[in-house]
Design a protein around this ligand. Structure first.
Ligand SMILES: *Cc1c(COP(=O)(O)O)cnc(C)c1O
Length: 381
């Protein structure tokens, strides 16, 4: 049965393609472009985004988990897929069978992969994650050579890449730490060259690095947030202006919409929602929307954000519940049951951005979009 959607996420494929072309122009034809589609493509819907990104000229996909990589393979995607996160030792066989590229930094993983590949008579391409100062995943500089030599003991294990990730590039307009990390990476690359170890795909750049530091590009650039039309941060935008670069023109890809489930008049002095946190100061017309914190609409937006109804702002009244919110439409005439409401996106002259919700919540746009519940339908337009 095809049910009428009560809330959904719209994906603007032309915006996605436009953003990908912006990054392609920035990095040139020769380097590879990896589209980061972890976290359900930052909440945008991993399968559709992956397909569109590949059609728009993306070379590789980057996922976090084995599960995401296997799903893409099952759906018939045969492009290079790099699993950026950790894969459990007992699941490595599945990864090898499905030709997923793996991020490695544990000797245990290498030992297990060597056994598996020997048994299967199959090769696997590995990307060694290098610690340059983020202290998340990665092996430290003094262990890189011994790690790589260990990998090279098995002819089935192919070192295709080395990479690193910046800790402090989005949060500041002052980038000595990023430069320090890049210097560390450079030094490691140089020592590999001196040891005649050829690694064809070296990569360090995320969106902010791609925008600000061409010297971080190497052989591949891993773009996430920018592809979805969002800036990594205000500081990145400012840094771009400070460097006197023309800022990329990015178009937000995601909109989030819902239909009104009830319209009702409530008297002056009425308490709205759990905890009676809002009391009406006049006779009020409320629209009840079938969306709540379960859907990923952050509860801390209670009484503080608004939605768009007929292109006008309708403020939230009372607490956000698990599956419902209430908004004030007293000043918006002509609203009807099941009318569309915009939670994120544009309606007429008004726009609600992931950035504006993020600043109300005290978080980053990344969290706003990635937390939209994956069970909500994503509609590509
Ligand atoms: C998520 C991630 C990226 C993408 O970062 P953006 O800031 O979204 O561009 C790149 N590299 C690694 C290792 C990541 O985990």
């Amino acid at each position: 049965m095809n049910k009428k959607l009560l809330h959904w996420v719209e994906i603007d494929s032309s915006a996605l393609i436009h953003n990908i072309h912006q990054f392609r122009r920035l990095i040139g034809r020769k380097r590879k472009l990896l589209a980061t589609v972890k976290a359900n493509a930052y909440g945008h819907g991993i399968l559709d985004v992956s397909k569109i990104a590949l059609r728009a000229g993306t070379d590789w996909l980057g996922v976090h988990s084995l599960e995401e990589g296997l799903m893409l393979r099952k759906e018939g995607l045969s492009c290079p897929i790099l699993v950026i996160g950790y894969v459990a030792l007992e699941d490595l066989r599945e990864a090898v069978l499905q030709d997923l590229r793996l991020t490695v930094y544990n000797f245990e993983t290498i030992d297990r992969l060597a056994q598996i590949c020997l048994e299967l008579r199959k090769k696997v391409s590995l990307h060694v994650k290098i610690e340059t100062g983020t202290y998340r995943q990665g092996i430290r500089e003094e262990n890189v050579l011994s790690f790589i030599k260990k990998v090279q003991e098995s002819s089935e294990l192919v070192i295709e890449g080395i990479f690193s990730h910046f800790a402090n590039i989005e949060d500041t307009t002052d980038h000595p730490y990023a430069r320090f990390q890049l210097e560390n990476f450079k030094r490691i690359v140089q020592s590999l060259e001196e040891n005649k170890i050829n690694v064809p795909v070296k990569h360090t750049a995320c969106t902010a690095a791609a925008i600000l530091f061409p010297e971080t590009y190497y052989d591949m650039v891993r773009v996430g947030i920018g592809m979805y039309g969002l800036w990594p941060s205000k500081e990145t935008y400012l840094s771009c202006l400070l460097q006197q670069r023309e800022p990329l023109h990015l178009r937000p890809v995601l909109s989030w919409k819902a239909r009104i489930a009830q319209i009702k008049k409530v008297p002056q002095g009425a308490f709205i929602g759990y905890g009676c946190t809002y009391r009406t100061t006049r006779e009020t017309v409320l629209a009840v929307l079938p969306i709540g914190y379960y859907d990923g609409y952050d509860r801390s937006l209670s009484n503080s954000s608004y939605v768009l109804v007929k292109g006008k702002r309708a403020p939230l009244r009372g607490r956000i519940a698990m599956d419902f919110i209430m908004v004030d439409i007293t000043d918006i005439p002509g609203v009807e049951l099941e009318d569309e409401v915009v939670l994120i996106g544009q309606d007429g002259d008004e726009v609600i951005t992931a950035d504006s919700l993020a600043s109300l919540v005290g978080t980053i746009n990344y969290e706003i979009v990635t937390r939209i519940n994956p069970r909500i339908p994503r509609i590509v337009i």
